[in-house]
Design a protein around this ligand. Structure first.
Ligand code: GLU
Length: 519
């Protein structure tokens, strides 16, 4: 590669960042790291009508949570400026764009247009009525109010009297625009399919197209890696590079495939997440205008490394069977050649599987904060030692899919069961059970050291004495100690909860199970 690799993530702060956007950021990051280049964050906030307060902070927090950290840009960089191309927020770059619009106009690639909304609507109505594609283009521009049809004096007068205007790009008529996409190969568009896009408005604000191209040029972007939805804009961008005379600095383009619904029929949306019970955003988000809450991966109990891994695999493959990758391994393995052209179906079971894998790899101590938070919420934090909670973490880890489940599946280590799995009691209870439980209780009370082995030994001895088979009783004994039918190895649970809790819980079961069995 002849240029330094510099790529950017350029979101518009219009709401919560969709995981498709997160994946775009991730692929940019991986690509930059792989090639020893720079990854930067630019906030594209030129469309003030779509600006949503809090969205920019949300984007920054999401990238930080996932460890997809830009080296330059809003909220990042080694100092508050964000880096050598500051500012990185387009609204703050506003004064820079006018000179580039003037450059295009002077070279005859752009023109002023003064048409009012009514005039534009009228043009569209007329064309629609005669079944012609209604767009402002090489043909229709000659019938509209712009600097190509009005006299120079008239244009000057309008500009001086402050008439609102826009500057439009003057598209060449029926020209084939071809460019090479790093993922799709050669792509070609005919300018006849496009329209004279607005580049700039009289309030001094550029539109997305102008600001995007000018900033990519000024920020020395080498590769534009972005979602497929921007593919139709790419020919205009190519033409802009040509019009500016910047062809030698034109970035390479790579348009990523869409993230699809699990069924594969269309783009993955927030509604699919709600319908099927998985988040489509990295963090929880409350829409400031409607108050509507959208759930995020972080709060749903996903680990950031798992989210990175699962997103990396949605649209890219390593060419091997390896599924678990650390960030460093992803960087080493990533290439645009292995990004697929077709959309990637989101698979919520796979997402859960990834999280389970990462939970299992975690140190017990990394799970501890999640448990301590729950203990605190339940006012139990001072009753148990950290060493005790850490052992609980090690026992339940294998049984978890999400961090937020930790309290639900470990509650009985801290509280005596308040409810029991009735189905098990009804199936397994019989009149021999109270005597058996009593024997176990007595046996445990007289044993000096209660560890998993001694508890199991006493349990087995009592079973033999009472003529009851282990397979008929083990699950009932689990319900007696924990309230629930499944969980980590039972005798380890018993050893951990200890003598007093064992005595209490067995006593309670002796008193309650007979009645519960009759319900
Ligand atoms: N501002 C655009 C967006 O919201 C950026 C598209 C691009 O990367 O060029 O996604």
């Amino acid at each position: 590669m002849d240029r330094r690799v510099r790529v950017r993530f350029a979101p518009s702060p219009t709401g919560a960042l969709h995981i498709g956007g997160v994946r775009t950021a991730l692929y940019n990051y991986l690509f930059a790291k792989k090639h020893g280049g720079d990854f930067l964050l630019r906030i594209e906030d030129t469309d003030q009508t779509r600006f949503v307060p809090g969205a920019e902070a949300y984007i920054i927090e999401s990238l930080k949570w996932l460890g997809i950290e830009p080296v330059e840009g809003v909220g990042f960089g080694s100092d508050a400026s964000g880096g050598p191309h500051t500012p990185y927020r387009q609204s703050e770059r506003k004064p820079m764009y006018r000179q580039y619009v003037m450059q295009l106009m002077e070279a005859g690639h752009a023109y002023y247009a003064f048409d009012t909304t009514e005039e534009l609507d009228g043009m569209r109505e007329r064309l629609k009525a005669s079944n012609v594609d209604a767009k402002y283009d090489a043909i229709t521009r000659s019938t509209m109010k712009n600097s190509l049809t009005l006299s120079e004096d008239e244009v000057q007068k309008r500009l001086e009297s402050g008439d609102p205007y826009v500057v439009r790009f003057k598209l060449p008529r029926k020209e084939e625009v071809k460019f090479h996409d790093e993922i799709r190969g050669w792509v070609s568009f005919n300018t006849g399919q496009l329209d004279d896009k607005v580049l700039f408005k009289s309030d001094g604000m550029p539109t997305y197209h102008l600001a995007n191209v000018v900033d990519d040029y000024l920020m020395e972007i080498s590769h534009v890696i972005r979602g497929e939805e921007w593919l139709p804009s790419a020919p205009l961008h190519v033409l802009l590079y040509r019009a500016f005379g910047w062809e030698d600095k034109m970035p390479k383009f790579a348009h990523l495939p869409l993230l699809l619904k699990p069924e594969g029929n269309g783009k993955l949306s927030k509604r699919d997440g709600d319908r099927l019970g998985f988040p489509v955003f990295p963090l929880n988000w409350v829409d400031p205008s409607t108050g509507e809450m959208s759930s995020g991966y972080r709060e749903a109990g996903y680990l950031p490394d798992a989210v990175v891994n699962l997103l990396a695999m949605l649209g890219w493959n390593p060419g091997s069977n390896q599924e678990i990758f650390t960030m460093d391994e992803l960087i080493a393995a990533f290439s645009l050649e292995r990004v697929s052209k077709s959309g990637a179906k989101f698979d919520q079971n796979k997402a859960k599987w990834y999280n389970q894998q990462y939970l299992r790899k975690l140190d017990d101590s990394a799970l501890l904060p999640f448990l301590l938070t729950s203990l605190e919420e339940n006012g139990l934090n001072t009753n148990f030692s950290e060493a005790y909670s850490l052992k609980v973490c090690s026992l339940v880890k294998e049984k978890m899919s999400f961090t937020k489940e930790i309290w639900d599946i470990s509650m009985y280590f801290f509280l005596d069961p308040s409810e029991y799995d009735l189905a098990v009691i009804q199936k397994r209870w019989n009149e021999k059970i109270p005597a058996l439980l009593k024997d176990i209780q007595t046996g445990l009370a007289s044993e000096e050291l209660l560890d998993a082995q001694s508890i199991e030994r006493i349990y087995n001895e009592c079973l033999t004495q009472n003529g009851i088979l282990g397979k008929d009783f083990l699950q009932l004994f689990r319900v007696c100690l924990t309230g629930v039918a499944g969980g980590p190895p039972l005798f380890e649970i018993a050893a951990l909860i200890g003598r007093e809790a064992l005595g209490r819980r067995i006593e309670h079961a002796i008193q309650e199970f007979e009645n519960l069995h009759k319900q």
